[in-house]
Design a protein around this ligand. Structure first.
Ligand SMILES: *Cc1c(COP(=O)(O)O)cnc(C)c1O
Length: 257
């Protein structure tokens, strides 16, 4: 990657980090209380490597195939870099799966993902539980809530969240770390704020009642257009793509059928 492109990427990344930190302070939290996950789905491999060198640890993809390929490619590159320069301080990337996950891709996904954000059915949870039996640590997941009811395809309805969490509590190889939601496509900032506020309420209700157990502590909401609103509403994990990546570098693969 040439110096100008690298500089522009670093500029966008730094600005987003500063905006995340400012929003955290505005909402009475420490900058380190909010985790920035960079969504790399429209970025290039070169950009991901640059981001790793800047110190960005958490990256997300929404397609299993691209997730697995990129995790392998970046992992090999990191290993070569460390062999060349054992003193180099390079982080190990934590990969997040943020798209809708088909049951037949669960095993593949679990080979690399640290956190699966979009669990939205008992059947998917059961598939993950079954695939995780031989793991040393439970697979960590978030339950996706369809707060706005707008897109009926992804996320479970708010009244069904508690029941799903109770069922998932009995799955020992899986650990629910919290909730994830998306703002509606239309309605602008106000609709986003209502959605995020509602999701925060559901999150707090679950926590207070003990559903999800200990370490139910992640609330994943907010993207490039609304991450500051999301943080003000209580998000402690934001998923930001375009604002860091800039114009798309690769064509997004079609929705996995
Ligand atoms: C693509 C994507 C994002 C990031 O969107 P940007 O608008 O590029 O920041 C966040 N979450 C999910 C689930 C996505 O698919």
């Amino acid at each position: 990657m040439d110096a100008a492109a690298s500089g522009a990427l670093r500029g966008r990344w730094t600005e987003v980090r500063q905006r995340v930190e400012a929003a955290a302070r505005r909402s009475g939290r420490k900058p380190t209380d909010v985790l920035l996950v960079v969504v790399t789905k429209s970025g290039s491999i070169d950009q991901i490597r640059e981001l790793v060198q800047f110190g960005q640890v958490d990256m997300a993809e929404n397609r299993v195939q691209q997730l697995v390929q990129r995790a392998a490619s970046v992992g090999e590159w990191l290993q070569r870099r460390r062999e060349m320069d054992p003193k180099a301080e390079l982080p190990t990337v934590r990969w997040h799966m943020i798209g809708s996950l088909q049951r037949n891709k669960v095993r593949k996904c679990m080979e690399v993902a640290r956190l699966i954000h979009g669990v939205d059915s008992l059947r998917l949870a059961e598939e993950i539980q079954a695939a995780a039996v031989r793991r040393e640590t439970p697979m960590e997941v978030l339950v996706e809530v369809n707060v706005s009811g707008e897109d009926s395809k992804h996320g479970i309805a708010p009244p069904a969240v508690r029941h799903l969490l109770d069922q998932m509590d009995t799955m020992l190889n899986l650990k629910v770390r919290g909730l994830m939601c998306m703002a509606p496509l239309s309605g602008g900032t106000e609709a986003a704020r209502r959605t995020f506020d509602r999701c925060r309420e559901i999150f707090e209700d679950c926590r207070t009642s003990g559903a999800g157990g200990d370490r139910f502590d992640l609330l994943s909401m907010g993207m490039s257009g609304d991450f500051e609103v999301a943080i003000e509403c209580g998000a402690n994990l934001v998923r930001v793509g375009g604002a860091v990546i800039g114009p798309p570098q690769v064509e997004e693969p079609p929705e996995e059928a």
